[in-house]
Design a protein around this ligand. Structure first.
Ligand SMILES: NC(=O)C1=CN([C@@H]2O[C@H](COP(=O)(O)OP(=O)(O)OC[C@H]3O[C@@H](n4cnc5c(N)ncnc54)[C@H](OP(=O)(O)O)[C@@H]3O)[C@@H](O)[C@H]2O)C=CC1
Ligand SMILES: O=C(O)[C@H](O)CS(=O)(=O)O
Length: 490
């Protein structure tokens, strides 16, 4: 097994920090616990990180509660200036941050660098949005009444994030929370905590006031989740991850009637109509399906192709997938890195076995990659049908099942046949069709003639069981604000 000496790969080795960031201080777990972080491409241990208990996390929440009021009293411009400094440091250290991200998560370096810039984009966007938290003056309901409406920070915001975007899923929450005047505590995923801790190093250097930010690694995901939901000093919970865990957190946070944001699972349809530009549709499918080896909640999970272009699209897609390289992104440029763990590999295998047992054909890939470990071949299936597992379950891997449909109405009906509603995509040229289909798809996000929709400037989020609330855009800061109506008797 190749050993990853991560510090030697960094220009600034201080960014690899295994200690917890509690209330602005670097600390070990009070119980002395630690856990190992592995490189999914090689299976070797790249760091041993502080494993916090609920008592340590409670200290971070206490520090946040104490520091938040003075942070909120600072001007929006002042808070924005600290965030912009943090952004600038992320950009300055983007290569190192990308190396750390690839080492712990496995994605190709180009994608990791893209995530770092995407993540920094949220900090910049909300540094600017801080000064646009406007209020209202409403004409009074009586001659002696004046109505003022102001928007104030919720208080302490707690975040739980997933392993597939270890940088951007934190900044997508920390940016608006801190810009609004909240304090922010986050438990990063136990598989990929290093990117989060590196953000803590840079926050320190940016002059983030003590207590305002805590990064709290722990393998006790359930216990820390309960602390976030039960601690009365926490007034906001924001979560990105599976719908299954989102349901647990919603139940737990209900006791405190906590303000929540939920970015949950998806099952994205990708429709190709007979008037589509097939070459562009193939490129869109490649970008959408195989980004992060298919491990994103906005990846195409079901590809529906209208009958008249089905065979040509399948051939083109197969030929394009055959050009994709698979490998260890720390050793060179690759198109696909490893899956995060063996469970992920087994889920892809189960979906392929289920589909072929029900009549699907493998036209490319279909098996673990010869590199072993958690590497998997990019895979294309034809003959997919709605009774197959991936029609209702998210594969979260490099598997592209092609379904056939006849009419526009049938395509829309099949695309909407899911409890999820996060992202959807379609390729067509006819303007009327584009309008009809965009309006008919029951999703929070619709990509038209594009397979990539992620940007800080747009409202990202799902409907149905894909979540609650929006992240990014001017709407994203609303999740961290409370509206107050002041009735003045004059
Ligand atoms: N809508 C969106 O934007 C996104 C959705 N997802 C969805 O998440 C799934 C894949 O990501 P994955 O990380 O496996 O999702 P999980 O929901 O399993 O984990 C997400 C985070 O929640 C933590 N967690 C797990 N169980 C609990 C619990 N009982 N209480 C509190 N926290 C808990 C995990 O901790 P630990 O580290 O210990 O596992 C991790 O940090 C897919 O379904 C994908 O669609 C993923 C990313 C973005
Ligand atoms: O921002 C994105 O591209 C998605 O949020 C990625 S994921 O973490 O939601 O899957």
């Amino acid at each position: 097994m190749t050993q990853t000496n991560l510090k030697t790969l960094l220009s600034d080795p201080e960014l690899l920090n295994p200690r917890a960031y509690i209330g602005g201080d670097w600390a070990d777990a009070s119980g002395g616990g630690t856990f190992e972080v592995k490189n999914p491409a090689r299976g070797d241990v790249i760091a041993t990180v502080a494993d916090l208990g609920r008592d340590d996390v409670a200290r971070g929440i206490d520090a946040a509660y104490e520091a938040q009021k003075s942070w909120a009293k600072r001007t929006a411009e002042d808070r924005g200036a600290v965030l912009m400094k943090w952004h600038d440091l992320m950009v300055e250290h983007a290569d190192d941050l990308a190396t750390i991200l690839t080492a712990e998560q496995g994605k190709p370096k180009a994608e990791a660098k893209g995530e770092i810039m995407y993540g920094a984009g949220f900090i910049k966007w909300f540094a600017e949005e801080a000064r646009r938290v406007y209020g209202e003056i409403i004409p009074g309901h009586a001659p002696d009444k004046r109505i003022h409406v102001i928007r104030q920070p919720v208080g302490v915001a707690a975040a739980i994030t997933p392993w597939n975007f270890p940088n951007a899923m934190i900044t997508r929450k920390a940016g608006p929370a801190l810009a609004a005047g909240c304090a922010f505590v986050v438990r990063p995923p136990s598989l990929t905590p290093l990117s989060a801790l590196a953000l803590g190093v840079l926050a320190d250097r940016a002059g983030m006031p003590k207590g305002i930010l805590s990064i709290l690694p722990s393998t006790d995901s359930s216990g820390i989740g309960k602390e976030f939901c039960e601690n009365e000093k926490v007034r906001k919970l924001t979560f990105t991850g599976s719908t299954e865990v989102g349901r647990i957190l919603l139940r737990q946070s209900a006791d405190q009637v906590m303000k929540t944001s939920m970015e949950l699972g998806g099952n994205a349809p990708f429709l190709v109509f007979d008037d589509a530009d097939l070459d562009k549709a193939v490129e869109g499918a490649i970008a959408c399906k195989f980004r992060n080896a298919g491990q994103t909640c906005v990846c195409a999970n079901r590809i529906y192709v209208q009958s008249g272009v089905y065979d040509e699209f399948a051939r083109k897609l197969k030929d394009r997938v055959a050009q994709m390289s698979v490998g260890d992104a720390l050793e060179g440029d690759v198109d696909l890195g490893p899956l995060i763990d063996q469970d992920a590999v087994e889920k892809v295998e189960a979906h392929i076995a289920d589909a072929t047992a029900k009549g699907a054909d493998i036209i490319y890939g279909g098996s673990r990659h010869e590199k072993g470990g958690t590497f998997f071949q990019p895979t294309v299936l034809t003959g997919a049908t709605q009774d197959m597992a991936f029609a209702t379950e998210e594969t979260f891997g490099p598997l592209a099942p092609l379904f056939r449909f006849e009419t526009e109405d049938e395509g829309i009906q099949l695309a909407n046949d899911t409890i999820f509603g996060l992202a959807s995509y379609f390729y067509a040229k006819d303007y009327s069709r584009i309008t009809r289909v965009s309006e008919a798809l029951e999703y929070g996000i619709v990509g038209v003639n594009t397979g990539l929709i992620s940007t800080p400037v747009a409202p990202f989020g799902g409907v149905k069981q894909s979540g609650l609330g929006r992240e990014g855009s001017s709407h994203g800061i609303d999740e961290y604000l409370e509206m107050k109506y002041i009735c003045l008797n004059v």
